[in-house]
Structures are given as C-alpha cells and as structure tokens.
Design a protein around this ligand. Structure first.
Ligand code: ADQ
Length: 539
C-alpha cells in the first residue's frame, strides 16, 4: 500500500490486549487554538433514519484554551497496557502506544485498569511517570462482569443485538460491583491529583462516570464509547437501561464515533429518562439539577505517521519480499480482524465462494488471506464462530482448489506484530472490511495508510455499517448482509482502473493523515475540560 503532553489511552477490549494489541492512545499538544472546533464527519452514505422526535445537532462549542491543557489525566479503562517481556515489564506493543512513550514521561498521570491476573505489575508505565493502578478481579468477577455482562450482554446489545444479548442478574450485580471498584481506584488516583481530568473508556465501565461524580461534584469527567450505540428500541431491551444511562450521565462529555450513535444515545436518554425530568436540548442532556452533559462526535483514528513509517521501513520491504513468493501471480484479497461475529467474516467467505463459483478462472489467479486474532474464546458464540469460519474455509478449498495449484483461501489464526501486518497490507490488492456493524474499524485506516505510503494501488472494500464508512466514502462501499451483492462489489473493486484506485487512496489517506489519533486526543481532552466549565456556568 510538541507540545505539552498529558496521558494516555487505548482500546479496551481485553482479548485484544491479551493478544498484545492496543490501538488507541493519547497524547497531547500544548497549542490549541482558541475557538477550535471539533470536526464534524461527512454524512453517512446510507439513507438517514426516519425523523425522530428529537432533532440532534452537534454544536461545536467554543473552547477557551483553558484548564485542559496542562492537566494530568486519570485514564480508566478495562485493561492496563503492560506485559512482561524478555527484559522485564514493557508497554504492550501497538503503534500508538509507542508514540505515547515520550509524552507520558513528561506529563505523568495515572491509568486504572484490570491487571489481567498478572502479578507483580510495576508501579509506573515503563519509561514514564504514569502510575499504573491495577484492579484485581476474582474468577467469579471475570466470569460474570467480563465474559458475562460486558461481552455477552453489552457487546451484542450495543452491536444492534446482532447476536442475542443474554440478560443474567448475577452478571449485572457483578458489573455494578466491579464498576464500583474501578471508581474507587480512580477516586483514589484523583485524590492524589486533584487537578486531573478523568477519562473513562468503553462499555465495560458505563457506571463509573456517575460513581465518580457522586463523590466529586466538580470533577471534569469524559467518557468515550468505542462501539456503536444502537437504536432506542434495541437499547430499551436492557433490563438495567436507566441505570446504565444514569451512569454515563455522570460525565461532562459523552463522545461517540459517529453522529448516528450519538443521536441514538440522545434518543435513548429522552425515551428512558424523559419522565425523570431529564431534557434533551440540541446535543446536550440537561439533568434535573441543571447540570448539562454534552455529547460530541469524535471519530477515533490511528497514528498515521507511525504506520506510514512501518510501511517504508527496510525491514518491511524484506518481509514483503519473503511473502510475495507465496502469492506470486495471484491477486491477493486480505481480511484482518479480531475473530468476532460483528466483523462479517462468514459473509465475506460466502461472498468469496460465490465469486469463485461464478468465475472459474479466479480459482487459480486469486488468493484470499484471512488473518484472525483469537478473541474471547471463553464466550460460547465466539467458539461457535471459529468453527463456522474454519468449516467454511475448508469447504471453499475443498470445492475450488485446482489440482496442482495452491488453495484459494489462506488462514492465519493469530495476532501479528504491526510491522508484519504492514507487509501484508502492502502486498494486498484489496482489503475486505465487511463488518455487519463496527463502531469505527481501524484496520481499514491502517491499510489505506500503508498502501499510500508505498505508492500502491490497492482497493478498499468497506462495509456501510462501519463508523469508518462515514469518513472514507471513496472506498468501494458494500452491504455485507447481501452476500451475492458483496461478491459483485468485490468484482467491481478488482476491475477498477489503477488510476481510480490511486485517486481514492490518496483522498482517504489525506483524511486519515489530517485526522489522526493525536488530533483526536487533543480535541477530546480540550473538550472535556471546557465542558466542565460550561456545566458550572449552566448551574
Ligand atoms: P476492535 O473491534 O478490536 O476495536 P478495530 O478497530 O478493527 O477493532 O481494531 C483492531 C486493531 O487490532 C487494529 O489496530 C488492528 O491492526 C489490530 N489487529 C486486528 N487483527 C489483527 C491481527 N490478526 N494481528 C495483529 N493485529 C490485529 C473496538 C471497536 C472498533 C473501534 C476500536 C477503537 O470494535 O470499532 O475502531 O475499538 O475505538
């Protein structure tokens, strides 16, 4: 294919962290223009939803360059980003974490997260002053809070109930208890740094903002949701919907990847909490005591500069050469995902099967490589998914491998280091990103960045149902629910003239470069601090 930094953050999926991939991180530039506006994404390419009672508009607020800039951050997320390496403790690898290293050393904060059962954690992040605040969980808590409520209730519910969410009271009680433990640890860290911003991440910890607020009325608190927010009808299925919403409304700022998720959240608030004196006013929720909770759209991104560097690293060229032989003379299609039922891997395989069925000549001239990181195999649905994927691959290869030729579908069930991944991105003629629903999807941003950095002409086939589709309309957009249609979209992508693909890549890469994770962090922290001032004013 400078500033004055503060602290940190990252993706919160425990399994991914187990696989040593953290991919959202923060740092912070000192200079933010007064009146800087958070960028609005372009319209989603799919038709807008039917009009609903609450008009949801995002009114970027004029932030004075205030408090936020030099304040430490207490980050609260499901997992801590460290692992034991050959030479002791180290940051878990991940391009963006690496980018944080210098930043974290100059502006220490704290990071509250589950220790994953690892004993003897260091007191600070390696090579930095960021204090690690480990939360230990019992086996029962891991089962009920993490595998149960987080991954088998909230994850499917927030992903449009694409798998049926399971509602188990013991899981909910455990979620409440564990959120209270996280909040206690965060409060202790905040007591040590009274000027800090609290930044809470993702669906594991949705009660934490209110738990902090109830003990620190003036604390600036931000919450970022890494996954979608579904329609109010789907969210309403949750037996504990009011408690979850009230938990989130403890924050000053609740942020989402897209306008759609944010709108859904506001409509859920209006529907579930309207009778409790809560009012949705434009993009804010006004609580009975007059406190305003702002919502913003803040699409997350990657460290584009780092990925571009991976792409052009001499080591990557050597890796590409080593891999090229395997696929020489073939058009390479690539899929890279956590093995998750939201990612549309089965539908992708079905589409590849249809493609090969329709076009016999492709059986020897095309290869599809699926790289799948093991994920959450303590949850039944994930084990079943792995079986289905592996059966499908066997079926396609059984049907379409031509004697004397290599198989059409290749499969790696493992995580790969970022540089190795970059080699695959560079080599692939097309990347198939076909989630049935995905909050954002960073893989497509990585692919585009690598292809562009290497002067490639790869094509991105991207599901309409990803947050990324809002930002990257130049991709070949597809509807993965229509597998036959998807197979035609892949064909269409492969037939696109190289010049058109290059133009599309250039436009997407430019957007990603100018909207990278550093900008995301900068904007988020400024917004959180400014909204606290705003909330005070409102009262
Ligand atoms: P995820 O669902 O985990 O994240 P995604 O955004 O695609 O999904 O991030 C995956 C990350 O893992 C990427 O950085 C990618 O490089 C890495 N990865 C995937 N497969 C890999 C493999 N086989 N080997 C090595 N690395 C691999 C959640 C939400 C997303 C949202 C992110 C960030 O579900 O929608 O984009 O958080 O907010």
């Amino acid at each position: 294919m400078s500033g004055t930094p503060t602290a940190v953050l990252f993706d919160v999926d425990g399994t991914l962290v187990d696989s040593n991939y953290l991919h959202t991180v923060c740092w912070w530039e000192a200079f933010i223009q007064a009146g800087h506006d958070v960028p609005l994404p372009r319209e989603h390419p799919v038709p807008p939803p039917v009009a609903e009672p609450h008009t949801v508009r995002f009114t970027p607020m004029s932030t004075s360059v205030t408090d936020g800039l030099n304040r430490p951050v207490v980050a609260v997320a499901n997992r801590l980003p460290v692992q034991r390496g050959d030479d002791g403790w180290e940051l878990s690898p991940g391009g963006l974490v690496t980018a944080l290293r210098p930043v974290m050393s100059t502006h220490p904060g704290a990071w509250v997260g589950w220790d994953g059962g690892t004993k003897g954690m260091p007191p600070t992040l390696p090579d930095s002053g960021v204090r690690l605040v480990p939360v230990g969980l019992s086996a029962v808590q891991i089962r009920n809070y993490y595998h149960g409520f987080a991954n088998a209730t909230m994850w499917p519910l927030l992903h449009n109930a694409i798998e049926k969410p399971r509602f188990e009271r013991p899981w909910w009680y455990s979620y409440r208890d564990v959120n209270a433990i996280f909040a206690d640890r965060a409060l202790a860290a905040l007591d040590e740094r009274p000027d800090a911003i609290a930044w809470v991440h993702d669906y594991h910890l949705m009660l934490v903002p209110q738990l902090i607020r109830s003990r620190r009325a003036d604390q600036p608190i931000g919450f970022f949701l890494h996954v979608p927010w579904p329609s109010p009808d789907i969210f309403a299925r949750l037996p504990w919907r009011e408690q979850v919403l009230t938990g989130l409304l403890g924050a000053d700022l609740v942020a989402f990847h897209t306008d759609r998720y944010r709108g859904n959240f506001l409509r859920s608030c209006a529907r579930q909490l309207g009778d409790s004196g809560i009012e949705v006013r434009d993009s804010s929720v006004i609580l009975p005591d007059g406190r305003a909770v702002a919502t913003v759209t803040a699409p997350i991104s990657i460290d584009a500069a780092e990925f571009a560097e991976h792409a052009t690293d001499p080591g990557t060229s050597a890796r590409i050469e080593a891999l090229a032989g395997q696929f020489s003379g073939r058009t390479l299609l690539l899929g890279v995902d956590r093995l998750d039922y939201t990612k549309g891997i089965v539908e992708r395989l079905q589409a590849v099967e249809l493609l090969l069925e329709r076009n016999p000549e492709l059986r020897t001239s095309l290869a599809f490589l699926q790289i799948a990181v093991p994920s959450r195999d303590d949850v039944r649905e994930y084990r079943q998914l792995r079986d289905t994927v592996e059966r499908r691959i066997g079926r396609i290869n059984g049907l379409f491998t031509e004697p004397g030729n290599d198989v059409p579908v290749h499969y790696l069930y493992r995580g790969l280091p970022p540089r190795q991944l970059a080699a695959y991105y560079a080599l692939a003629d097309a990347l198939l990103v076909t989630p049935l629903i995905d909050g954002m999807n960073l893989v497509c941003k990585e692919y585009v960045t690598v292809q562009q950095a290497r002067g490639g002409s790869g094509v991105l086939v991207l599901s309409e149902f990803t947050g990324a589709a809002v930002e990257l309309p130049q991709a070949v957009l597809c509807n993965p629910f229509d597998v036959e249609g998807l197979s035609y979209r892949i064909e269409h992508a492969l037939r696109q003239p190289a010049e058109d693909r290059r133009k599309a890549l250039a436009a997407m890469a430019e957007h990603i470069r100018t909207h990278d994770v550093h900008r995301w962090v900068t904007d988020q922290l400024a917004e959180i601090a400014a909204r606290r001032d705003h909330a005070r004013f409102f009262r």
